[in-house]
Design a protein around this ligand. Structure first.
Ligand code: FES
Ligand code: FES
Length: 177
């Protein structure tokens, strides 16, 4: 699958800032867009590539709802200009599950631990949790809380979110005994 935005969709059309052609990989598929240099990666993902999993909560780097991975590292997509993603490998929550639909172990743990209420923060929480585990920062609940602290949840689902990360950190992602 190739993600390709139409030239006519570019917000740069009719504006002073010339569009910049950016090619990158999103969820293992090539993507190419002519972007406004001021356009965030979050807006390109959501509005140009129809990948609406990453959410726009604050648009100011304060809530974590827009968390995605760029070259394996978690970033806030609302703060990253899309032009900086040129040549990068971007992964969004849509790219976590197996091709047959089997959820990623972190997604499964969130389901089993009932780690969401409204769900708005959940894609960002899950992307941060995957990174937290990969970074080796899920040794205990305090460490999980610290390294997940950039992701806010207005519903207050934090105890369940910590439980989900704790579960995903166990071999086989098994739940508490
Ligand atoms: S939308 Fe990016 S941190 Fe809130
Ligand atoms: S589940 Fe509602 S904001 Fe987190």
């Amino acid at each position: 699958m190739t993600h390709r935005a139409q030239e006519s969709d570019t917000p740069a059309a009719g504006r002073a800032a010339p569009a910049v052609d950016v090619a990158f990989t999103v969820n293992a598929a090539p993507a190419r867009c002519a972007v406004d240099p001021r356009e965030s990666l979050l807006d390109v993902l959501r509005e140009r590539l129809d990948l609406t999993g990453a959410k726009k909560g604050c648009d100011h780097g304060q809530c974590g709802a827009c968390t995605v991975h760029v070259d394996g590292r978690r970033i806030l997509a609302c703060l990253m200009p899309a032009v900086q993603a040129r040549g990068a490998e971007v992964t969004t929550v849509e790219g976590l599950a197996e091709p047959d639909g089997t959820p990623h172990p972190v997604q499964q743990a969130f389901l089993e631990q009932d780690a969401l209420q409204c769900g708005y923060c959940t894609p960002g929480q899950i992307m941060s949790a995957v990174a937290c585990l990969a970074e080796g920062h899920a040794g205990d609940d305090d460490e999980i809380r610290e390294y997940m602290s950039g992701n806010l949840c207005r519903c207050g689902a934090y105890p369940h979110i910590v439980a989900a990360v704790r579960q995903a950190a166990r071999p086989g992602g098994r739940a508490d005994a």
